[in-house]
Ligand binder design. Structure first.
Ligand code: ATP
Ligand code: PRP
Ligand code: MG
Length: 221
């Protein structure tokens, strides 16, 4: 049995064409079904539905043989494990799906450049504490990080933070909340992650899926 961990929404939707290239069709819609284990047309392949941030955990601990998740999630997960080497996660492919970026944003009117220049201590709200810590440290900017789990945009609007570090794609969410992107930290896409022990034990079927995914990765634009 091969178990693939996915999260609902964009990761599930954008992984479907890649699975199709491997001849795999998921037989139930996770948006309609309450089931957490979804069968596929191949009796020895199943999909487990987990929170996006839990995908690396499932693959690391063998709850799934492989999974798909954002590079953002992988960086934060590996920081918890003191670097990816100990996590037992093999990352063979950048799938180039769910593309976005991690950026710094502030309230329109907040002079970020001036605050940085003055050496002010910045209050930064984010779900991405490892990425934010590393980024501001590399710039020599002192920050107080405030950990949030969602709706980061609210933090500057309520006066709780000066800035946020969050994902941006179209920029519509920032615009709707009167925030402006002031720095781009890194580009993000989703990756295939594989449990290293499973790769050894189930070499042939996992390789076949990895190779099919590789052949179906969307072209670079
Ligand atoms: P949860 O709801 O469990 O907190 P999440 O919000 O991280 O999870 P998704 O919104 O499905 O879950 O995001 C999954 C991944 O997709 C992210 O880790 C990121 O890599 C990417 N992503 C998130 N937002 C966007 C977006 N607006 N456009 C493109 N890719 C995105
Ligand atoms: C994500 C992310 C941003 C938004 C950016 O939210 O957390 O808020 O997308 O995309 P944009 O620049 O195109 O507006 P998502 O849609 O995943 O909603 P969520 O808050 O439920 O995670
Ligand atoms: Mg989201």
């Amino acid at each position: 049995m091969i178990t693939l961990a996915l999260s609902k929404g964009r990761i599930f939707d954008e992984t479907m064409p890649l699975l199709a290239a491997a001849g795999i069709t998921v037989l139930e819609d996770p948006e309609k079904s309450r089931k957490l284990i979804l069968p596929t047309n191949q009796p020895d392949v199943r999909v487990v539905m987990v929170r996006a941030s839990d995908v690396p955990t499932y693959v690391q601990h063998g709850g799934a043989d492989m999974g798909v998740c954002g590079k953002d999630t992988l960086i934060e997960h590996s920081a918890e494990w003191g670097g990816s080497a100990r996590s037992g996660l093999y990352q063979p492919l950048d799938l180039r799906i769910a593309q976005c970026r991690v950026s710094v944003a502030v309230r329109a009117g907040f002079d970020y450049a001036q605050a940085v220049k003055k050496g002010s201590r910045l209050k930064v709200a984010t779900k991405y504490t490892a990425i934010a810590r590393e980024f501001f440290a590399s710039k020599g900017v002192h920050v107080d990080l405030i950990k949030l789990y969602g709706s980061m945009e609210l933090a500057p609007l309520t006066g709780m933070a000066d800035a946020i570090v969050d994902l941006v794609s179209t920029g519509n969410t920032l615009k709707a909340n009167h925030l402006v992107e002031v720095e781009r930290i890194m580009d993000i896409s989703s990756h295939l992650v594989v449990n290293q022990a499973a790769l050894k034990l189930k070499m042939a079927p996992l390789r076949r899926i990895i190779d099919s995914f590789a052949s179906a990765i969307p072209a670079q634009v």
